[in-house]
Ligand binder design. Sequence first.
Ligand SMILES: NC(=O)C1=CN([C@@H]2O[C@H](COP(=O)(O)OP(=O)(O)OC[C@H]3O[C@@H](n4cnc5c(N)ncnc54)[C@H](O)[C@@H]3O)[C@@H](O)[C@H]2O)[C@@H](O)CC1
Ligand SMILES: [K+]
Length: 505
Amino acid sequence: MKIFTALQIREADAYTIKHTPISSLALMEKAALACTDWLAEQHFTKYPFAVFCGMGNNGGDGLAITRMLRNMGCDAHAYIIPHSQQASEDHQANYKSLQRYYPESLHTLQTFPQLAKDTVIIDAILGTGLNRPAEGLIADTISRINSCYEQHTIIAIDIPSGLLTDTSSVNQPSVQAHHTLSFELPKLAFLLPENAVRIGEVHILPIGLHPDYIARTPAKFNITDGAMMRDLYKPRKPFSHKGTFGHVLLIAGSYGKMGAAILSAKSCLQAGVGLLTCHIPKCGYDIMQISVPAAMCITDEQFDHSSSFPSEEEAKKYKTIGIGPGLGTAAGSIWALDKLLDHYRQPMVIDADALNLLSTNPKTFAKVPENSILTPHPKEFERLFGKTDNDIARLELLSQKAVERRLCILLKGRYTAMASPDGELYFNATGNPGMATGGSGDVLTGIITSLVAQGYSSRDAMLLGVYIHGLAGDFAAAALSQEAMTAEDIPAYLGRTFLTLHKNQ
Ligand SMILES: NC(=O)C1=CN([C@@H]2O[C@H](COP(=O)(O)OP(=O)(O)OC[C@H]3O[C@@H](n4cnc5c(N)ncnc54)[C@H](O)[C@@H]3O)[C@@H](O)[C@H]2O)[C@@H](O)CC1
Ligand SMILES: [K+]
């Protein structure tokens, strides 16, 4: 799914109006109807409404919504903020309709109104046309709306007023909504952790923008989805054998952190690898053999951490290496990783403590093979690549580093961002807060390593691995609840997840 900029959204709007028998005013009517239908479905229409309107088309939406709510018998009032000399054409048309049918519902905002108990606040002040920070009466109204957050439900139309669509809004005043009702496609602003408290729950309502414009217009950012993943997925051929699906070496675990190695190993197997060998310290031998009988084990000479990774000759038998879960940051492990990178040139999957080893050893980092996949969470990302002022700057840094170092890098989060060496940037939308629990990342490493071994390109293994990791988590949460599920439940639901990738699903 594409993420369009504010400019592209305007173009999609204009293209739809030009190429279909729908006027700009009729498109606004459709958008307002989609919002009022949603309000009715969610049983908000039993409450009174205060609709705060700007003077552009976002305000026009608000006026049309007020009329439709009145048509449904609701007690709705529109408060127009006079921030401009002239309202947009469609705003004027909707103003006239409301004045004609429900003149008592129209107000020009002078002071913030007294709101009756349970009044639902609709924020239709500014939409994608925001071109400067909100100030004066608009900023005052935004702050008054936000002061009602505990007592009233606040619903933003298209985007919370004051929030920028495509760039960071850090330090800018904006409405803080419980729900955002947006049109047709998600906006970049909705995917940024820094906006989480302002956007609330986002609901994307279709309004019939022209599919040709959407299909032929390239977007800088995309969200992966089921259709794309079904295309990437490689079904198994009938005459295949375990050699067809690759041999993984997983270097993981240390004293007190063998659980991470187990979770990763189980997930690697459940994601379909042909053969799995785990390199673990001596303390982990019984634990691994008992917990994951299908995995072979090589024990390090050290008891509590790993300090000697395979030689050039030994490493040749592995299709790929996954390294990091529970590894620890012992000096011996740094030295061993550095030596491994002197000869190992295949793409690897690097996670957790192995990333921390790289962040403190730039010379070792420089040896990481091209097309390797790095899987940092935000703190690990910061240690590797430095601090940024906001989420947009961090996305740019992510993309820049992936291109510069010829790596696939994924930045974990609610919408994990995934960058590949050719500059593409995708977001993942599967997953849920039940996965915010120790071990989820180890599971992801196992899955992605497994896919690389099975012949997926690094980019495809990253996109597909993150997608199925999230979807398996969604199945686990649906069956067990977000609270009760643990990281171990994610590989257990991989089977159901793979079935959704089959073409006939
Ligand atoms: N493209 C679409 O898909 C559709 C868009 N519609 C609505 O149209 C909206 C966009 O409308 P507009 O382009 O008119 O933009 P806005 O309604 O966001 O407002 C733009 C107006 O506000 C002024 N303005 C911008 N920032 C300001 C600030 N900080 N303080 C004071 N004034 C400011 C601008 O100069 C302009 O006059 C969307 O957000 C959506 O709500 C819907 O009506 C129909 C479908
Ligand atoms: K708005």
